[in-house]
Design a protein around this ligand. Sequence first.
Ligand code: GLC
Ligand code: GLC
Length: 812
Amino acid sequence: MKFGHFDDQNREYVITNPRTPYPWINYLGCEEFFSIITNTAGGYSFYRDARLRRITRYRYNNVPVDDGGKYFYINENGNVWSPGWKPVKTELDRYECRHGMGYSRITGEVDQLEAEVLYLVPLGYRGEVQKVKLTNHSNRKRSFSLFSFVEWCLWDALDDNTNFQRNFSTGQVEIVGSTIYHKTEYRERRDHYAFYTVNESVTGLDTDRDAFLGLYNGFDAPGAVMECRSRNSHAHGWSPIASHHLRVELEPGEEKELVFVLGYVEVPVADKFTGKQEINKRPAEDMMALFRSNGDVDRAYNELAAFWDELLSVYQLEHPEEELNRAVNTWNQYQCMITFNFSRSASFFESGIGRGMGFRDSNQDLIGFVHQVPGRARDRIIDIASTQFEDGGAYHQYQPLTKKGNDAVGSNFNDDPLWLILSTDEYIRETGDWSILDEMVPFDNDDSNQATLFEHLKRSFYHVVENLGPHQLPLIGRADWNDCLNLNCFSEAPGEAFQTTENSEGGVAESVFIAGMFVLYGDAFVQICRKLGLESEAAEAAGHISVMKKVMNEHGWDGRWFVRAYDHFGKKVGSDECEEGKIFIESQGMCIMAGIGLEDGRARTALDSVKDRLDCEYGIVLNNPAFTSYIVKYGEISTYPEGYKENAGIFCHNNPWIMIAETLVGNGDAAWDYFRKICPPYLEAISDLHKTEPYVYSQMIAGKDAFTPGEAKNSWLTGTASWNFYAVTQFILGIRTDYDGLRINPVVPEAWDGYVVRRKFRGASYHIEVTNPDHVSCGVKELYLNGNRLDGNLVPICKEDSVNQVKVVLGN
Ligand code: GLC
Ligand code: GLC
């Protein structure tokens, strides 16, 4: 069952039934000011850090779901409704929510009165702008009231949710004309405040929640709205809010537009006050001046559209399947930018008060957006590398505001360092900017202790060499990619974090997955050394890699698939010898991506085992058989019921590793089949089962052992976005960035006739037309650049600003 449809022309998903199976959200903002908005106008805003600069309040896991947001109410002679259906939930004659690139437009209509609200965060602006358009489609005069509503958060979202003994006494506001200023804690150490305004004079206002709602009412029936009378309340403590009341009259056919602005302001300490305890409003007034008229909003909207046009123009596909086009051209790329901006902080499954930026997550996210914002990717790499330790190890997480490593979580996730090689390598492939390797980068954010980024990569590589276990495989530490396979943690106490509890001395558990990573990204390091002319460095590293390959042949292969790990007692994990968890997806994907088993058929055998044991209707599960009880020596993985999360859920992040592996063995049909199974636009028809948004990937889909296979959770902020984009664009469609050009190597279903990719690369444009007259899966038979035949499959870098025609003919 569907709840809307794609509007490809406008790059929107159009929701036409407000009762979606879960709130379907969108993100506003691309720089500093961000909002999350649901299809019924729920959600909240924050400045840079969702925990420490939360501007409006939100209650997660609320009852009913998604209560609280940027609400508007209409009261026409006692008939009360909201344009987004919620919170009032009056049946609308027409409802539509269009989630687009950085904006959402929500429209409701009752009795031929239409209210459309456009929500957006303009580029370069520290605020959210809401344009409300009211249209009288009837042939009689209408007169009604419009109420706005936001609830302030007292800045620190965690404290706001817990420290009521203090917070109920601290709230403060100021009111000037139609503007409500939220200034809690401004008198003391905060140099920031927020405001909510409208570009017209108001009939009334409210700033105290209980006065506006009535203590025992919900958002669905605020007393002020129901009685059509603002209380003109002034908040002192309790819960400050901001609500405007405007009286509107519309002649038949008339429309009226209003502009609301929710802004955030920082003031230099010396200029904080203009009178006794009176906040300096000048910066806010400057911000308001930018959005006085509807035209101002239209301009910001057009700028935003142009911004996204530009970002998305770097990789555009024309393919017969519209689902694939919309994934590749719009939504997957959009999601990659969202993961860049938000990491794992704030979604409808991440509360914004939890973890910081992940070292491994951020490096992997980068491979999905480096083509769009290479400059910002460069800064991100430097930020991440600056949290690395001298010995090559890394903090598992760092805080976005301070960019410092997070002590609470610490280090020793032994896959972390190697992901830095992946991100840097992909950055260089995209940009050709080798100078990044000469950049001086601190260790552990200590500016007195710096080395080149190249040196950081080298430390990443040797961190593995220096941390080998009894089989000479890499020590796993607290966990590798799989955060829940905690082989050195033996936790029996409820509430202990599996990732940070290490209560057995001398952990010797080893990871075959990290071994695969070491071969794959170690090889990238070797190639980089060669490019830099560092032959002996390259040779030494290559020596370590070939030793690792031998070790893997001896200890990493189980007969029909790759072993996953060795536990604390030296026993295999992910082996036929095990009772449960005989096979894991991660080592199959990573080892084959590293090229292991490609020559001797083991790769094919392992992929057949994946197909037999891990594949299901909705994707590839993480392990099989699922764990049916808690196994203390394995850690968190076996805490999840069968079929969920890391215990045999479809962890969409690592499915693309298998897709890539299938392309490496030349099986385009299998790669495509796996891609299609989890690619959101292909799941639109089962939205009722899938539950999360049909326009973005979710971290997890319940696997075949679950109670409801096919049901997804944790949408938006997941490495799934970047890995799937990487797999489909670079390995299936086969336009791979390489140091000296674009490497063309499509591996596609045999039935495909062809497609066109428009790729901007190093300042030039390439119009790449792939045809498949013999219906093969792979193999470039002929390649032409601007009419000239090329040998091999590398399209060299062309002159800046040139537009180039590339013809690719597949065949044997
Ligand atoms: C989550 C984490 C990621 C980890 C994955 C598997 O997505 O953010 O770092 O690799 O789970 O455990
Ligand atoms: C939990 C989650 C896992 C995530 C980890 C990160 O273990 O199940 O997916 O990666 O937390 O903290």
